[in-house]
Design a protein around this ligand. Structure first.
Ligand code: SDX
Length: 457
């Protein structure tokens, strides 16, 4: 059994709770009874059509290989990699549901740890379940003291995402007691450890870059307050938590918690499908998230706004964004799935006004520039025709900068918020029947040829 007796007691209770019906039950997609017919060279192949509870039906192409074909879909634009009960996105309508609950309602009425419970367990907790879950997470927030030595090996100017990739993967070197992925209790305690320790590791990666001592978590603070404390308190002075800022921080974590089969979540699933331990899988997700086309976009938005420099330059940059030969893109704009306003961006924009208002910086020139850029882009036929709208990353960086979080920490915040989503998807896959992910290819290389000895080349 993993961890301390406290863990064992908590895990047993948890097993009695809702988690068991999710992890034991699994889930199947329903066959519609319909088939799609594929006719190639006069031969017709019947492919079953499956339907879920929301969203488009899918065509099960599993048997194509036995017919001598692969599907071809670079970037997986039209490919469903799995079935899942966790999150549903209707990109055309700008809808995001977590276990059926709309993100707007969760952002308004819930909090990040309650959403973590929902993503892991399939339903909202009652008061007793919520209190027990919050208490469990609180008592996992410290990291093994020897991890401090690991930090000491990094350069002080290392990008915090480089540190997070390293230390998260290294957690599997400290928690041998919970690495059996087939053990339900190990999966539960690992999920709790990851959700609890990511803010601690994130704050440590910041403190290390500042040359300041690490601050221990405090059990008298809630999740977001604790993170801000570990980021900004020092042994010489406490950090006075502003409730508006703490609420905004919690909402930023909540808005990033999950987003179905995005690149980093798909990476976690692919790594998990090999049987790798969950800490290694989450480290793989962090690495995938780092790219500017994905979770690195929030950092890229602030760098872009700094490059634009002044509102008078916006038209020039919008023109660059529309130029096929210019690699410049408006960061924080566009989305593979949303062809409407990202519902998270709307909540983020409202939170931005709350925070800047609370801090008395409503006329922040960077915010003004972002709003003007958004207005111009939303009225420009290029963006309208391509259905490019602000996404979750467009406003988040402006809030984080106003709170005092440096740009290079933005994707670390995204990774911290996304951890429950990653671990919920990993758990959903591992707890049911799954196969190792192994895509095929369209080979365009050299056909078979014989080796040519060096003296004859
Ligand atoms: C996240 O998948 C998720 O769910 C991700 C995420 C999550 O929560 O996990 O939502 C988080 O990653 C949000 C996205 C953050 N990235 C950015 O803001 C970077 C800027 N955006 C683009 O790089 C782009 O929009 C993507 C990567 C987000 C989506 O790329 P796609 O789906 O592959 O679409 P595409 O690149 O083929 O773009 C379609 C067209 C192209 O023009 P054409 O080739 O059709 O002529 O729109 C153009 C693109 O050139 N386009 C843009 C643009 N985004 C797309 N043109 C200018 N500025 C942009 N931002």
């Amino acid at each position: 059994m993993p961890g301390s007796s406290g863990d064992r007691q908590e895990v047993r209770q948890e097993a009695v709770g809702r988690l068991e019906f999710i992890l034991a039950g699994g889930h199947m997609t329903d066959s519609t009874g319909k088939t799609a017919q594929l006719t190639i060279d006069g031969k017709t192949i019947d492919l079953p059509v499956l339907s879920g509870t929301e969203g488009p039906d899918v065509i099960d192409v599993g048997k194509l290989t036995s017919e001598g074909y692969f599907t071809y879909d670079p970037g997986f634009v039209s490919t469903a990699s799995c079935d899942s009960d966790i999150t549903y996105i209707d990109g055309g309508a700008g809808v995001l549901l977590h276990r059926g609950y709309p993100i707007e309602q969760l952002a308004e009425q819930s909090d990040h740890l309650e959403l973590c419970y929902l993503l892991l367990n399939g339903d909202l907790p009652n008061r007793e379940e919520k209190d027990r879950f919050v208490n469990t997470i609180k008592h996992h927030t410290m990291v093994h003291e020897q991890l401090v030595q690991l930090f000491r090996g990094f350069r002080r100017d290392a990008h915090p995402m480089a540190i997070m990739c390293g230390v998260t993967g290294a957690l599997s070197a400290f928690y041998h007691d919970s690495l059996d992925i087939d053990d339900f209790h190990h999966r539960v305690v690992t999920a709790h450890r990851l959700i609890a320790k990511m803010p601690t590791l994130a704050a440590m990666s910041y403190k290390y870059s500042q040359g300041q001592p690490f601050m221990y978590p405090r059990n008298d603070l809630d999740y977001a307050e604790n993170f801000l404390h570990m980021m900004f308190a020092t042994p010489c002075a406490d950090y006075e938590v502003n409730p508006v800022i703490a609420r905004a921080m919690d909402r930023i974590f909540l808005l990033h918690a999950d987003h179905e089969q995005n690149a980093s979540t798909s990476t976690v699933r692919l790594a998990g499908s090999t049987g790798a331990n969950p800490f290694a899988c989450i480290a793989a997700g962090i690495a995938a998230l780092w790219g500017p086309a994905h979770g690195g976009a929030n950092e890229a938005v602030l760098n872009m706004l700094a490059e634009i420099g002044d509102e008078k330059n916006i038209d020039k940059y919008v023109k660059k964004a529309k130029d096929k030969d210019d690699p410049f893109r408006i960061m924080g704009f566009g989305h593979r799935v949303y062809k409407n306003y990202d519902p998270r961006a709307k909540v983020m924009q409202q939170t931005c006004h709350e925070v800047l208002g609370e801090l008395g910086v409503e006329d922040d020139p960077i915010l003004k520039m972002a709003q003007r850029l958004e207005k111009i882009a939303l009225e420009d036929e290029y963006f309208v025709e391509k259905k490019l709208y602000p996404n979750v990353d467009f406003y988040s960086g402006i809030i984080l900068k106003a709170i005092g979080i440096p740009t290079e920490m933005f994707t670390v915040i995204f990774a911290t918020g996304r951890t429950p989503g990653w671990i919920a998807h990993w758990n959903e896959m591992i707890s049911g029947p799954y196969k190792i992910g192994r895509p095929r290819q369209l080979y365009r290389g050299a056909t078979k040829r014989d080796y040519v000895p060096l003296d004859r080349r």
